[in-house]
Design a protein around this ligand. Structure first.
Ligand code: ZN
Length: 376
């Protein structure tokens, strides 16, 4: 069996006995190779491990495939993969060989959609493999810096749901702040959606479709987008939550879904475009995703240090800011959003302290990582 694509392989599983499986692979340079692997090695990223990083989704198929391919490459090159600590980049000879392979695969992909999905899955696979046994799965800090015991969890008002639309390069980053939201509120109230990972995007859009366009908001400080203030949007008392349908009262879910774009400033434009395209494909060309903007000066980051502008504010601070602005409005004034906002601000303070402690311990300057520009 010959395949032009070095990554594409036939993968047959024959249960030989309870502990062994037979793997048949096909590579461009190696038309067929047979190897037996222990059953324990067969699952490169288990469901339990995957979900431990803060998601309830199944392991994305392409992430599994790339992680398995990396493991097979290890065998082919007879050298272990090593990851750099920052960013999960593959190092050494293995890294060099893999780089050539994945670039060829990327180039051969037919369109930008396929390229994005491959890029995202590869980033995620490398980060998951490179962080195993090194990062705490809950707080994404190095084990020795784990801050989990200091985080106070809190129930988010059920009329609000956050979606952390995260760029793959921010996944498992120690100074990412989006992760704080599900650490505090749980993965159902603040759900991770990885950019370019179809399984994640599907889950989010299925939920947004059900919610309806009028209940979906994006926090995106784009000067070109039409922005609405929190007060304009939510300042009015909502229309009655129920409507009469054939003599039967049907309760309408008015949960407000807020998408927080969790990526660097330069990546967020592409992420926002993808959200807009997907919104149009569901709700029609005329329907843009509504964007809301926050008042400056309401979040923890603003209290802690000067912020040049909202667009430099980190993701967790944006969520905290949104909650405190909503708290001021009659519709949300009695559901404890102030406490929920404080819980996020507290988590943010804990993270900043943990990052600062780490840098001091490692003898690095603390001015780099704690600067708001580097926290996102
Ligand atoms: Zn931890």
């Amino acid at each position: 069996m010959v395949s032009l694509n070095p990554w594409k392989r036939a993968f047959f599983l024959f249960p030989i006995n309870k502990t062994q499986i037979l793997t048949i692979t096909t590579h461009r340079h190696c038309n067929s190779s047979l190897s037996t692997t222990n059953m324990n090695d067969a699952v490169v990223v288990s469901l339990q491990e995957w979900q431990g990083w803060g998601t309830t989704s199944p392991v994305p198929a392409m992430v599994t495939q790339i992680a398995e391919d990396l493991k097979l490459l290890e065998k082919d090159f007879d050298s272990q993969m090593k990851f750099g600590r920052a960013g999960g980049k593959l190092q050494g000879n293995f890294g060099h060989q893999e780089d050539k392979k994945h670039r060829a695969t990327y180039k051969a992909l037919p369109d930008s959609e396929a390229k994005l999905k491959f890029y995202s899955a590869r980033q995620i696979a490398c980060r998951v493999l490179g962080s195993k046994g090194y990062l705490c799965q809950k707080c994404w800090l190095a084990m020795e810096d784990c801050m989990c015991s200091q985080i106070t969890s809190c129930l988010l008002f059920p009329g609000i749901k956050f979606w952390l639309y995260m760029h793959p390069k921010d996944f498992l980053r120690q100074n990412n702040t989006g992760k704080l939201l599900w650490q505090v509120f749980g993965v159902d109230a603040a759900t991770l959606c990885l950019f370019g990972i179809p399984e994640h995007e599907q889950i989010m859009w299925d939920s947004l479709k059900l919610a309806g366009r009028s209940n979906v908001w994006c926090l995106y400080p784009n000067k070109n987008a039409i922005l609405e203030s929190v007060e304009n949007v939510f300042g009015q008392e909502p229309v009655a939550n129920s409507e009469v349908t054939s003599e039967k009262q049907v309760k309408v879910d008015t949960t407000q879904h807020f998408i927080l774009i969790d990526g660097t400033w330069s990546n967020s434009a592409a992420m926002f475009r993808r959200l807009q395209d997907q919104a149009k494909s569901i709700w029609g060309d005329e329907e843009n995703l509504s964007c809301i903007s926050l008042n400056a000066g309401t979040s923890a980051m603003h209290k802690l240090r000067p912020q040049p502008s909202w667009d430099r504010t980190c993701t967790a601070a944006a969520a905290a800011g949104l909650l405190s602005e909503l708290q001021l409005l009659p519709r949300f004034s009695s559901v404890g959003l102030d406490k929920q906002s404080e819980a996020v601000e507290h988590a943010l303070t804990v993270l900043l302290e943990a990052l600062t402690k780490r840098r001091l311990r490692m003898g690095r300057s603390i001015t780099r990582k704690v600067r708001p520009n580097n926290i996102c």
